[in-house]
Design a protein around this ligand. Structure first.
Ligand code: GLY
Ligand code: MN
Ligand code: MN
Length: 462
């Protein structure tokens, strides 16, 4: 945990932002794997961690804004619990570490919420993404579980987003710790990858480091010779000479801050000339995008810049044609770069996305496009100092998408489909780093992980 003052001042600020009513936070429960006493590894809710810091199951908390009261709800272990799980610190002692002096048992929360509802007071809560908490909140409020997320507090969501988006130095230090783990994961992957072994050998080996050095991975590891499948979690391919393997992975620290990095590894240790050509376009796009980032710049404009560098590089290779700016405005480059440039990162790898992407990445000034490709951009709004974002452009050759666009004769003025056919078995390349937005520029967080062709080849096979 951070020191208690950090949590207290976050709650004080939240009270000011929300203004009135009761703010209700539900911590997560253990999720059963086969039955209730055999759970998956516990992961606390990120907003609960942000305001209360307590990383244990079966907790809830309220801030009564009008009465200026803060209470944490939970149950101390019974002797029966102690027999199976051992003794535990009493809740009151845990709460004091978060700067909270009042605790109550969980059943008492029902009475408090029921009273607030009967008095027509506003009970603010965040969108719920776990079914058990939907049922619990339904019991507390009397609202049917399937309708609950229609009653979330927009005021609370916007307030939490405004606070969690701007990272303090202690949070940056945690993210850098996660990146320290990523650094080791990438070195190991580059060293171990070789022809004749399975993707799974690498994916599971590096996940061992994430578990050993922190709280495991921050999302499902992507390691595949089919890098063109954007969120590919299949590891069954035997790697062979000439393949390139895309590794997109992240670590989580013990305090649950994330990292999110992507590199592409030549299986034989060296990239081919054709692979180098595409790799260097993606690298150029990533570096130019990072170079543009600073407070006040719209991330959508950074995405457009990255797309323009990609379109221009692909034009040089003969895969695209025509006016580059017009091609990007029309969305023709999205055949090769169909996703957004990046997202916020923090306690969640896609920070706060359980609230709804538009609350985090868009605002009154920037609305989501419905053009293919641009529509997937998770973050578009103006950047502020203290945001941590990923920058992750890519070029992919997705056979099904190529076939579809070709059959539909999409953007014939900007795409040379005969040339594209020659690359259909290429796979995909993405390069991703985690960036701190500053007032006058951007800082790439973490110790540099090999990124240029020369740097990557130097580590491969060592
Ligand atoms: N693999 C998820 C991401 O990079 O956003
Ligand atoms: Mn990633
Ligand atoms: Mn990412």
């Amino acid at each position: 945990m951070f020191e208690s003052g950090i949590y207290s001042s976050r709650r004080t600020e939240l009270k000011k932002l929300v203004g009135s009513g009761i703010i209700l936070f539900l911590g997560n429960k253990n999720s059963p794997r086969n039955f209730s006493s055999m759970p998956y590894p516990f992961r606390q809710d990120s907003s609960f961690l942000y305001y209360w810091g307590l990383d244990f199951p079966d907790l809830a908390a309220i801030i009564d804004v009008d009465k200026d009261e803060e209470i944490i709800f939970g149950n101390d272990r019974t002797v029966d619990d102690v027999v199976w799980m051992g003794p535990d610190t009493p809740l009151a002692e845990k709460a004091s570490k978060a700067g909270v002096s009042r605790t109550k048992s969980l059943p008492e929360l029902n009475d408090i919420v029921a009273k607030a509802v009967s008095e027509h007071r506003t009970v603010h809560f965040l969108p719920q993404y776990r079914s058990d908490n939907l049922i619990y909140l339904s019991d507390l409020t009397g609202i049917k579980a399937k309708f609950l997320n229609k009653y979330v507090s927009e005021k609370l969501i916007k307030s939490v987003v405004s606070q969690r988006s701007v990272k303090i130095k202690e949070e940056i230090a945690e993210i850098e710790k996660a990146l320290e783990i990523s650094f080791e994961m990438y070195f190991l992957a580059m060293r171990l990858t070789k022809p004749g072994i399975y993707e799974k050998d690498i994916a599971r080996s590096i996940e061992g480091i994430a578990s050993l050095k922190g709280a495991g991975t921050s999302f499902g590891t992507i390691f595949s010779v089919h890098g063109e499948i954007l969120h590919n979690e299949y590891y069954g391919n035997l790697m062979k000479e000439g393949d390139i393997a895309l590794l997109d992975s992240g670590a989580e620290t013990d305090m649950h801050y994330a990292s999110d990095i992507t590199r592409v590894i030549p299986v034989s240790g060296k990239f081919s000339e054709r692979q180098k050509d595409i790799y260097n376009i993606v690298l150029d796009s990533q570096l130019q995008a990072i170079g543009m980032i600073k407070e006040g710049v719209k991330f959508k404009d950074v995405h457009i810049k990255a797309s323009t560098v990609i379109a221009s590089g692909l034009k040089e290779l003969g895969l695209m044609k025509g006016d580059v700016d017009e091609a990007v405005a029309a969305g023709a480059h999205a055949l090769f770069f169909p996703h957004g440039l990046g997202h916020m990162m923090g306690l969640d790898v896609h920070d706060m996305e359980s609230f709804g992407e538009d609350y985090v990445g868009y605002d009154d000034k920037v609305k989501r496009s419905n053009q293919f490709g641009l529509a997937y951009l998770r973050l578009a709004k103006e950047l502020k100092s203290g945001y941590v974002v990923t920058v992750e452009p890519g070029i992919y050759f997705i056979p099904a998408l190529i076939d579809q666009w070709k059959a539909e004769k999409k953007h014939p003025d900007f795409i040379d489909y005969d040339k594209v056919e020659e690359y259909k078995n290429f796979g995909g390349i993405r390069i991703e780093d985690d960036i701190l937005v500053e007032s006058g520029g951007a800082k790439v967080l973490g110790k540099p992980i090999p990124k240029t062709i020369e740097e990557v080849e130097l580590v491969c096979g060592k």
